[in-house]
Design a protein. Structure first.
Length: 91
């Protein structure tokens, strides 16, 4: 299953820790957005790792599940394209 993980974190140190964690699970497609192809056990492990970090009241992480039907409709615009194995429809 593919997941989109987006975050908004004000503290640089914490943001670095979140990025370092997410790099173990997926591909960075924007500064604060990752795409991850994960089976359920890995998805749970990712959530647990992220939940252990200490966040400020204004920080947030969102994890969106992308269904297989929706996965084929992902559009990528602009010259900054993902380089990994995750497929996207480039316009």
């Amino acid at each position: 299953m593919r997941y989109l993980v987006a975050f908004d974190i004000s503290c640089s140190r914490l943001r670095y820790r979140v990025v370092r964690c997410l790099l173990n699970y997926g591909e960075r497609v924007q500064k604060s957005v990752f795409e991850c192809d994960l089976p359920s056990p890995q998805r749970l492990k990712l959530s647990q790792e992220l939940a252990r970090l200490q966040y400020d009241a204004s920080d947030g992480i969102r994890i969106y599940r992308i269904c297989q039907n929706c996965d084929t409709e992902i559009e990528t615009l602009g010259p900054n394209q993902p380089k990994g194995s995750l497929k996207t429809k480039v316009l």
